[in-house]
Design a protein around this ligand. Sequence first.
Ligand SMILES: NC(=O)C1=CN([C@@H]2O[C@H](COP(=O)(O)OP(=O)(O)OC[C@H]3O[C@@H](n4cnc5c(N)ncnc54)[C@H](OP(=O)(O)O)[C@@H]3O)[C@@H](O)[C@H]2O)[C@@H](O)CC1
Ligand SMILES: Nc1ncnc2c1ncn2[C@@H]1O[C@H](COP(=O)(O)OP(=O)(O)O)[C@@H](O)[C@H]1O
Ligand SMILES: [K+]
Length: 517
Amino acid sequence: MYSNKTTILVTAEEMKQIEAEIFSAGMPIASLMEKVALKTAQKITELYPLNRKKVSVGFIIGCGHNGGDGLVIARELYHKGYDVTIYVPLIAKLKDLTAQHFQYVQSLGISTVQNITSLSSCDFIVDGLFGFGLTRKIVDDLAEDIKTVNSWQKPIISVDIPSGINSDTGAVLGVAIRAKYTLCLGLYKKGIWQDKALEYIGQVKRIDFDIPSSFIDKITSESPSAKLLTVDRVKEILPLPRHVTTYKYKQGHLLLICGSKEYVGAALLSAYGARSSGVGMVTIVVPESLKPLINSQLPEILVIGCRETSLGSIETLPLLDWEKYQWVCCGMGLTKEAVSVVEKVISSGCDILLDADALNIVANYYLLDSLKNRQGKTVLTPHDGEFERLFPDFSFVGMADRIEETRQGAIALNATILRKGAKTIISDNIHTWIIPHGTPALARGGSGDVLSGFIGGLLAQNSFTDTINVDTVAAAAWLHQQGGILASEDLSTLGVDGVTLSQYILKAVNKLKGNGQ
Ligand SMILES: NC(=O)C1=CN([C@@H]2O[C@H](COP(=O)(O)OP(=O)(O)OC[C@H]3O[C@@H](n4cnc5c(N)ncnc54)[C@H](OP(=O)(O)O)[C@@H]3O)[C@@H](O)[C@H]2O)[C@@H](O)CC1
Ligand SMILES: Nc1ncnc2c1ncn2[C@@H]1O[C@H](COP(=O)(O)OP(=O)(O)O)[C@@H](O)[C@H]1O
Ligand SMILES: [K+]
């Protein structure tokens, strides 16, 4: 079982406790700082190698151990031949270890300047101002310094976390460094993966410093932690390789209930998404008038046309043999008037995924209790607007920690929630996955319809395995983003329409074979 502990996201408190375990086990604080900073310095020389020409580096040094790290890095780059200048705005309140490093750096003759503008001629900047010890808003001169550095549009490498970013919620505390690289120390801080931090973190790299996994377990195993989903984990979750003796019904039967005259494409795109999952069978329930189109576009899909309203929505569902289907996906392009359809799906007792208008209907008709207490598993795939509509007056809505807010939603509705966004969050009441890589190319109508069908198809297949739903939904979201990334590489950010996306998801699946399988 792939159980990489270092993809876990930790809060400042958890990191402090993990480091306290390291210190109480005998590792001197100064030694850990030295080890961490040496590895960080090494990474910086890889990012900005000297290659014979002079490279000048400006350091912003804080008063805490982030500053201590920065000073050790400054010293090491100096010894390697970089032109180093340091600026120590909080010189009046340096912690002891930081003060010692400052004294040594000065004894080496490394130049210390009195104001930030003296760094403006450096090739790049290292931000060792604040780490996870930042506790309050950055104001006054320090805030001005950060605005000044950002204004230079120069590469900034942030040690541990961009200074000014709350390491739990990702919120900007007044003002924050806009980093080109964030070199996260030891374990990923939770704030780095919150959508709010996205425009400040740049490219994130983790600097490993051999934290014993028993210490990580000891501190984090009690609390439900979020983790980054990695390619290795996705490979484990996918229903691959197939048994040679399999047959189509062993590969799952998915029921899609979606579409309307107004939103024909949503039904089509959900079906394309389902097709890309490789699910054994797909049955789609749509208003009668959509039937010929679906049949012509996706000949392998069984189409049940049903009576439609004057507006072209599904009026009533026909009698369905619900037992036949491993999963039901409902809502894509359904319109908000198909209330009885959603009520029937909720009371069907099947395992269901609700998206788009089905979510709006649940919100508008207060079906939350019937959702929470229903038989069968529930997956919800709201974007932020749908999420807020679902939980208008719940205490957790609007909390600073968006990852935790999503988990609270999952608990409230006894469901697995996929929260759409630049960083997709997938959570049930215990497990939370973050999809680390994404592309804004997906920010267009139809991407979500493809996603719902694709998730449904994977869930239907994995219903024959012991894979938990939150893992399957996360793997689907990971492949959906990867499909978008691959498509934008070939067709540009503007070229990732829903049909193209559904085809590139398969390229993303195929690429997994290349990952050292
Ligand atoms: N522990 C270890 O050995 C290791 C730790 N590691 C490194 O240390 C970092 C954590 O170190 P840290 O705890 O010293 O916190 P850090 O962010 O450096 O400084 C916070 C200081 O700033 C101050 N301050 C806060 N807010 C402020 C504000 N708005 N405006 C002005 N001042 C403000 C506050 O002092 P205060 O003003 O509250 O008295 C506090 O003392 C961590 O991110 C990692 O980089 C790694 O190297 C591994 C080894
Ligand atoms: N900036 C972005 N970066 C990455 N993914 C995005 C971004 N914007 C949207 N997406 C993804 O695109 C999809 C949009 O879904 P949704 O808003 O439901 O679209 P629709 O319902 O119109 O198909 C979601 O999977 C979301 O995660
Ligand atoms: K920093």
